[in-house]
Design a protein around this ligand. Structure first.
Ligand code: PMP
Length: 344
């Protein structure tokens, strides 16, 4: 008798097709209907699985990658984890050049996923041969049959979302989406998803979320980079101090900026109200939606889709640590409900 086992062949078959979840409590005071595309359901727990898988498959299709080839990138974040994961399954070597600013936890996580990690000094300029950009470029140049993912400047980044995230959201909303609100870092998610959705219905409003300290919003409005807008901020993964060519600014109707503090509190709120344990930028996108609602952007018939890019477990020593929140001066202003101490 045939042994019929219902199993996936490997975890890469689980990339994409993430659920769209109605936001009930966190958005109850906002005008409109709100739905989150929860990207933590990807096997690598973030939207970056989509781009890692797509870029690597395209390189295979073009014959650049062969068994044992090397994949190179410059991130300690979600993209690094996803590339490491795809490399394991497909049998490639993964080399990540990361900044010494990266937390030891993150570096350990990448090494646990089989990546070779070069920790490069954070204090040098981008064109210094010791910088992680230059180290990655050198490894790529000197390694035969290697692929440099280069997510900020790779058009396949947005293409991954054009081919997967966009069609999924269009189908899940049966075309009834009115607004798409997305955090913009490389801009791959908003550009690819937004382009697909606008091709189906040009009236859908595509809104990008940017950080104070980043230049994306002002560049979109003026076409110029204002150096005075650039200063350090804490949210990881959105905003930028340069203009990534992976971003297609023409599909974005407008940007809205959010603060580190309000975004952090919003992430914590989403976990407590809707039971969704999400990352810092999910808090940022929800904070943006709150501001847009207050500005009168939505009507009661609006169907607003937000993308929650990753899982809260990556932020245990940041947004979900009371000590970290306190050290940033975030806990005092907005008193949170703490459980009463039990007296024995
Ligand atoms: N949120 C998080 C946590 C991310 O890692 C990223 C990627 N930098 C983004 C949002 C933004 O996505 P994208 O790069 O596609 O604009």
């Amino acid at each position: 008798m045939e042994n019929k086992i219902n199993a996936y062949n490997n975890i890469l078959e689980l990339v994409g097709n993430t659920p769209l979840v109605k936001l009930n409590k966190v958005a109850k005071d906002f005008t409109g209907n709100f739905y989150a595309k929860v990207e933590a359901f990807n096997p690598g727990h973030s939207s970056k699985d989509r781009i890692a898988n797509h870029i690597i498959e395209e390189a295979e299709r073009k014959g650049i990658l062969k068994k044992g080839s090397t994949i190179v990138e410059t991130t300690s974040g979600n993209t690094g984890f996803s590339i490491a994961m795809v490399s394991i399954i497909k049998g490639y070597k993964c080399i990540l050049a990361v900044s010494s600013k990266s937390s030891p936890d993150k570096i350990d996580m990448l090494r646990a996923m089989g990546a070779i990690v070069y920790v490069c000094p954070a204090h040098v300029s981008a064109d210094d041969p010791r910088s992680y950009y230059e180290v990655a470029k050198k490894i790529h140049k000197e390694t035969k049959d290697s692929v440099y993912i280069n997510q900020y400047f790779n058009q396949l980044n947005a293409d991954a979302h054009y081919k997967s995230t966009g069609p999924e959201i269009w189908d899940q909303t049966n075309g009834n989406i009115t607004h798409l609100v997305v955090c913009s870092g490389t801009g791959g998610t908003i550009s690819g998803t937004g382009k697909y959705i606008k091709e189906q219905n040009p009236n859908v409003k595509v809104i990008g979320v940017d950080a104070y300290g980043s230049v994306l919003k002002s560049y979109h409005e003026t076409g110029k980079i204002d150096q005075e807008e650039i200063y350090p901020y804490r949210i990881e993964g959105l905003g930028k101090n340069l203009i990534p060519t992976a971003t297609d600014f023409s599909v974005i109707d407008k940007f809205i900026k959010v603060t580190d503090e309000e975004s952090a509190h919003m992430a914590r709120t989403i976990a407590k109200t809707d039971g969704l344990f999400v990352g810092y930028t999910s808090g940022a996108v929800m904070q943006a939606v709150k501001q847009l609602s207050e500005e009168g952007e939505f009507t009661k018939d609006s169907n607003v889709v937000v993308i929650f890019p990753d899982h809260g477990s990556r932020y245990m020593s940041k947004v979900y640590s009371d000590q970290w929140m306190e050290a940033q001066g975030f806990l005092n202003k907005q008193a949170e409900e703490q459980p009463q101490e039990i007296q024995f």
